[in-house]
Design a binder for this molecule. Structure first.
Ligand code: JFZ
Length: 444
């Protein structure tokens, strides 16, 4: 009993600390949050000057390169195969509702037109086109939302207070000035929100660069967020800081793990918010930015199952692609987008617009629910007992009477029984068990 009270107390404290205090989201912000959770799949794009080297987005740091040598790649950055409309069409075809694009990563190169420096795609490359601008236009026309990734950590600016990474990029040093850097970031986010007004959210990253500082580093994020919300109140702010959301944030994110799990080691002690939208990001292979040697792709089936598991926890999946230097999407990623799309065409309504069902995770899979239906996702059919002809699904059931059970892909109705001692049993003919996920729709 004492333990239960303690747990309840702890829970209520953490709920209060999530997004409470001074920040009150506007009606339009709350509406944007709601919209954000209606489509469970987003596509993450890591694309910048680093694509030239094909060694991932951390190459400037990991390769121990000098920033001015690295910057020479701008002189030949000419992604002739980049086509924003084609990207957006491919993402929509996969069933995605939004994309999140790296407007500026830790290497300090801006993929948009900025007045702060010529080290940007418009002024500093032979390509000369505004990539964020073209993506914004394509997203708007295509009806998918655009979020922009922005790194608060910078490996090239002299005024950025150097943290754990980017120590060997050849900065002169002695000019660290967070005030000046903070103003620079304000200028850039203002450019993003005013030049590309269709931008629906900002995805910050890099705060962990100072997490081991002796004297805690004050990023002044609540102040930064107030500045952003004053420009655009419905801008959804999220930050990949791996800890409980700060004041002023609008959604919570998890990196490479489902909420509640910590296999990648980024989510220790990070509890899932009960009041904000939640998103997890994951790579298709192992890298974010295009990495020529990384062919460790997850299967389409596993990616769909990840999406389904995320949806069952009320969480979006932001699935990453690292386009190549020429602006094309690696064929392995394009193939997976197509596969996900094929599945989504028949099953989207079992993930989009759904939330947590309240039923526990099962050995055979997970469940999602909307106002009308409960969806049983059989993603591990090998866990079901079989009589040779049928796979037999059983689960505890104290819910209302079951009206029908239907296979979502084919609309075939399956017989089901609810026993007096509270078990629902559905017999799935073996030939109807699908490879990726057999989705059964239960109406009550
Ligand atoms: C960050 C970025 O550094 C990475 O390049 C990518 O954009 C990813 C989505 O987000 O990844 C992290 C996050 C945390 C740490 C390092 C990299 N960390 O805690 O040291």
């Amino acid at each position: 009993m004492m333990r239960r009270i303690l747990i309840l107390l702890l829970l209520s404290c953490s709920v209060l600390s999530v997004g409470a205090q001074g920040y009150v989201p506007t009606e339009s912000n709350l509406a944007a949050r709601k919209e954000f959770t209606q489509k469970r799949l987003g596509i993450f794009i890591h694309w910048g000057l680093y694509a030239s080297y094909a060694q991932g987005e951390w190459y400037l740091h990991l390769g121990e390169l000098n920033k001015d040598e690295y910057a020479k790649a701008a002189a030949s950055f000419n992604p002739v195969n980049f086509n924003a409309d084609e990207w957006v069409a491919a993402f929509k075809d996969a069933g995605a509702g939004y994309m999140t694009f790296t407007s500026r990563h830790h290497d300090g190169f801006s993929m948009f037109k900025t007045a702060t420096s010529t080290y940007n795609v418009v002024d500093g490359t032979p390509f000369g086109r505004d990539i964020v601008g073209e993506l914004e236009k394509a997203c708007k026309e295509g009806g998918i939302r655009l979020h922009l990734y922005y790194s608060v950590l910078d490996w090239i600016r002299e005024d950025y207070p150097i943290g754990e990474s980017g120590k060997k990029t050849g900065r002169k040093g002695g000019q660290e000035n967070y005030d000046s850097y903070f103003r620079f970031m304000e200028t850039q986010v203002k450019e993003l929100l005013t030049q590309y007004p269709y931008t629906g959210g900002l995805w910050f990253d890099g705060i962990w660069d100072h997490k081991r500082d002796q004297i805690p580093f004050d990023w002044r994020m609540p102040e930064f967020y107030r500045y952003i919300h004053a420009i655009k109140p419905d801008c959804l702010i999220g930050n990949n800081h791996h800890i409980t959301p700060f004041e002023g944030e609008d959604f919570q994110m998890f990196e490479r793990d489902l909420p509640g799990q910590n296999t990648a080691g980024y989510s220790e002690g990070q509890e899932m918010s009960t009041v904000m939208p939640v998103e997890m990001c994951q790579t298709m292979n192992k890298s974010w930015g295009y990495t020529v040697k990384d062919l460790n792709y997850k299967s389409t089936a596993d990616l769909v199952r990840l999406l389904v598991k995320a949806a069952s926890k009320g969480c979006n999946l932001l699935l990453n692609i690292g386009p190549q230097a020429d602006g094309s999407i690696p064929w392995q990623s394009a193939e997976r987008l197509k596969g996900i799309g094929a599945w989504m065409r028949t099953h989207a309504r079992s993930v989009d617009g759904t939330g947590i069902s309240g039923l526990p995770e099962q050995g055979w899979g997970v469940t999602t629910a909307n106002a009308e239906s409960l969806f049983l996702h059989v993603i591990a059919p090998e866990a079901l007992p079989t009589n040779g002809k049928e796979a037999i699904l059983t689960m505890g059931w104290d819910g209302p009477k079951v009206k029908t059970v239907k296979v979502v892909s084919t609309s075939v109705l399956l017989p089901c029984t609810v026993s007096k001692d509270g078990f629902l049993t559905v017999r799935i003919p073996q030939e109807m068990v699908e490879e990726i996920d057999t989705v059964l729709e239960v109406t009550r």
